[in-house]
Design a protein. Structure first.
Length: 258
């Protein structure tokens, strides 16, 4: 008997993996790949509260992300301490709050995700958001790349640097919030970074790089979900393992081509 729920979850995961890889290509270019992991930790209190009150984890993750980012910004303005130090304070506090509220029986779901708990409605919303994010980022992609080279040059070409940065950061936050459904709060950095690294190593142009990142991100989620459906091993770790194997394959492919 065909399990339409799991097929819909498979499609959803593929779309999220694709957009995560696409945005990841910008994060790797800007040397912000590890930011995904940092933001993933910020989602943990929201995930814990969402599981405690039985609401969608992405909503909890997004709210927690916004609150954490605002806190870091306010602390930086007030104390003038280094961003990294304040980030460490907020991250440690967020993890403490997480384990204060997180139901013990749902710890694995918070840390490594559980896509089997996704409803049809939320899967459809996630797919729509992923497609919308793709078109939004595609529109400003070249501007963001130019900003990573020189913000002054970008400003001279009438690129609204502050607006582009805001859109970019909000897009990252949304992708991280969507990603926690699939890989949990611990492995979001891998979801955005590994596909981009795979594509960057074998690509010969910016176009190949950006769309290759999307392809490898979607493919790793697709393969991980197929193995999950066949074995019932948690999908989150399987997806990251598939992504890592694709990266290793790219190394072998490039070496043989050389």
């Amino acid at each position: 008997m065909i399990n339409f729920h799991m097929i819909f979850a498979l499609v959803m995961a593929t779309f999220v993996g694709g957009i995560a890889g696409y945005i990841g290509s910008l994060m790797v270019t800007k040397r912000m790949a590890l930011m995904g992991g940092a933001l993933g930790h910020l989602t943990m209190p929201g995930i814990a509260l969402a599981l405690f009150f039985n609401i969608d984890v992405s909503l909890g993750a997004l709210g927690s992300l916004f609150f954490g980012i605002v806190l870091i910004w306010l602390f930086e303005r007030k104390t003038h301490l280094p961003f990294e130090a304040l980030t460490a304070v907020v991250f440690a506090s967020s993890l403490a709050v997480t384990f204060l509220f997180l139901p013990q029986e749902k710890t694995a779901q918070a840390l490594i995700g559980d896509i089997s708990q996704v409803s049809f409605r939320m899967a459809a919303i996630t797919i729509i958001l992923s497609v919308g994010l793709y078109f939004l980022i595609k529109k400003i992609y070249s501007g963001l790349i130019l900003m990573s080279v020189s913000s002054d040059i970008a400003s001279s070409l009438r690129i609204r640097v502050k607006r582009y940065n805001l859109i970019y950061l909000m897009s990252i936050a949304l992708v991280i919030a969507l990603g926690v459904k699939i890989v949990g709060g611990l492995m979001t950095a891998a979801l955005v970074a590994i596909p981009a690294c795979t594509s960057k190593y074998i690509s010969k142009s910016l176009l190949q790089y950006s769309y290759g990142s999307m392809l490898f991100g979607g493919l790793s989620c697709f393969l991980g979900m197929l193995i999950f459906m066949a074995t019932n091993i948690p999908a989150g770790p399987l997806i990251i393992i598939c992504s890592s194997l694709l990266f290793l394959c790219s190394l072998l492919f490039k070496n043989r081509a050389c």
